[in-house]
Design a protein around this ligand. Structure first.
Ligand code: HEC
Length: 124
């Protein structure tokens, strides 16, 4: 019985860390949907979309030399890519920028979205 209790307690202590590591790895695979247009390495080139290094907490529309849509140029004033803004935008880009230029239909799967956010956080 004591051994069982110990196993349960150890399992509970380790589970959150194991889940987190897995999430970011799974999120890296979800990010493959974004790679057609975005790089995420430090100083990576801009493609159809801007480089996304350090996107969590980054000022919106702030990549020098990237031609953002007029809609983004209006909206970005004082805006930051908080986790909440990112979730809204990635779930449905038109919800944040109805006339934005990101042609991505949106990611509706919540688990995949959680994994993707975990991955984005590691890329800073
Ligand atoms: C078909 C190309 C394309 C795909 C696929 C795409 N994006 Fe984008 N993304 C863009 C473009 C273009 C913009 C600039 C939007 C604007 O100016 O309105 C953008 C902008 C962004 C921004 C704002 C960056 C900034 O500097 O403020 C984020 C965040 C972002 N994309 C995340 C993602 C994620 C995450 C995915 C995958 C789930 C993804 N994008 C898929 C083209 C794409």
């Amino acid at each position: 019985m004591r051994r069982l209790t110990l196993a349960i307690v150890t399992g509970l202590a380790i589970a959150p860390f194991a889940a987190q590591a897995q999430d970011a790895a799974a999120g890296g695979r979800v990010f493959n949907q974004c790679r057609a247009c975005h790089t995420i390495d430090a100083g990576g080139r801009n493609g159809v979309g801007p480089n996304l290094h350090g996107i969590v907490g980054r000022a919106a529309g702030s990549i020098e030399g990237f031609r953002y849509s007029a809609n983004m140029q209006e909206w970005r004033q004082g805006q930051t890519w908080t986790e909440e803004n990112l979730r809204r935008y990635i779930t449905n880009p038109k919800d944040v920028l109805p006339r934005g230029s990101m042609s991505y239909p949106g990611l509706r799967n919540e688990q995949q979205l959680n994994d993707l956010i975990a991955y984005l956080k590691t890329q800073s």
